[in-house]
Ligand binder design. Structure first.
Ligand SMILES: Cc1cc2nc3c(=O)[nH]c(=O)nc-3n(C[C@H](O)[C@H](O)[C@H](O)COP(=O)(O)O)c2cc1C
Length: 362
């Protein structure tokens, strides 16, 4: 890893911790999604099952920690904390982009620590989609997976970040074909994820046709990479400010994608509570992903990380109790009402939002 890449990674962590770099005016849209309360849940809260399976692996709850880091000493500690917590709780996690270690083997340990601390948890390797237009291919994809003995490979799309970053790479031509080749050849499932701007129905369809096995919508409403780059720019340029809140809100992107493809969809970007997770599952996400709040806990330690994740799971259990959902499958059929900007967006785009409200007999 060049010194510059190392500094960029350290900057990202510091900014995401100290400045938060969250969306300002945009929201993920969960406030527009209402689950319908049941005064007579007729279920025993303690007997609710949160377990689920994703790409052939069992999870104790439908939750992963999103891709964040690797490549530096601090990243090793963060990955270790997250991995220990997800191992104890039987969840999953992504590591950050492995480009640093693909280019410099000395840095592999900063990612490998995740598999060391989480021998059985679902681990997701990570490479950048844009790298596929700049020389990366199947060889690098395999290297990333083998490095951490991953269960899946995430290819991240970050066009906004590249566009506002002074050193960004903005040739995205040919990436879909490369994704298709890797999805066809790699012996592990490929997940494509956005990093805070969302996936449209059009792109979801193209990715499904390319052979991708799951899509993580990574919508706007949480961490904003335009904000991260804004804080990074020290040369008086204010790149990033105009695009601070750019993107498709997570709830919108989730509905568009889930109504368009048959492959599993993950909800991430501004997922901040167990209730957000419950709403995501009711909107037919297979899993929800949380990143920035976990970073804050992970720098403290594994115990703090586990406490945060347990709290999210407990909130999810409460939401399931209050909508009378005995298990995750029942939650995916729970009625909900969509209003506000989210409803407006989806109506305008021609998606059916009535069907969620009409679930269940009444
Ligand atoms: C410090 C930090 C570093 C990140 N690095 C990566 C990365 O290397 N690869 C990736 O796919 N996503 C990366 N992300 C994006 C997250 O996986 C996620 O898509 C995004 O933060 C939105 O989720 P959130 O609102 O819960 O933070 C990073 C996020 C943070 C906060």
């Amino acid at each position: 890893m060049t010194q510059e890449t190392g500094k960029r990674k350290a900057d990202h962590i510091r900014i995401c911790l100290e400045r938060k770099a969250q969306a300002k005016k945009a929201t993920a849209g969960f406030e527009d999604i209402e689950l319908v309360h049941r005064a007579l849940p007729e279920v025993d809260r303690e007997k609710i099952s949160l377990s689920t399976s994703f790409l052939g692996k069992k999870f104790s709850a439908p939750l992963i920690v999103g891709a964040m880091t690797g490549g530096t000493e601090e990243a090793t500690k963060i990955n270790a904390s997250i991995a220990q917590a997800v191992e104890n709780l039987h969840l999953g996690m992504g590591v950050g982009s492995q480009r640093a270690a693909i280019e410099d083997r000395k840095l592999e340990s900063t990612y490998v620590i995740a598999r060391k601390k989480a021998p059985t948890a679902f681990l997701i390797a990570n490479i950048g989609g844009v790298q596929l237009a700049h020389g990366y291919g199947l060889k690098e994809a395999k290297k990333a997976v083998e490095m951490i003995d991953a269960d899946a490979l995430a290819i991240h799309l970050n066009a906004l970040q590249e566009a506002v970053q002074p050193e960004g790479q903005t040739n995205f031509k040919g990436i879909l074909a490369q994704i298709s080749e890797i999805a066809g050849e790699l012996d592990k499932p490929v997940i494509v994820k956005e990093t805070g701007c969302g996936i449209s129905a059009e792109d979801a369809k193209a990715l499904e046709s390319a052979g991708v096995k799951a899509i993580d919508v990574g919508g706007v409403g949480g961490t904003s990479f335009a904000a991260v780059e804004y804080y990074r720019s020290t040369d008086g340029k204010i790149m990033g400010e105009a695009f601070w809140d750019w993107g498709i809100p997570t709830a919108v992107s989730l509905i568009e994608t889930a109504q368009t493809v048959k492959i599993p969809v993950l909800a991430s970007g501004g997922v901040r509570s167990g209730l957000d997770i419950a709403k995501s599952l009711a909107l037919n996400a297979s899993l929800a992903g949380v990143s920035q709040p976990v970073l804050e806990a992970a720098v403290k330690g594994a115990k703090e990380t586990q406490e945060l994740l347990s709290c999210l799971i407990d909130e999810l259990r409460n939401a399931m109790f209050l909508v009378s959902a005995q298990n995750v499958d029942a939650l995916s059929k729970a009625p909900l009402v969509i209003s506000g900007k989210t409803a407006h967006w989806l109506n305008t785009r021609g998606f059916n939002i009535q069907k969620y409200a009409q679930r269940g007999a009444h």
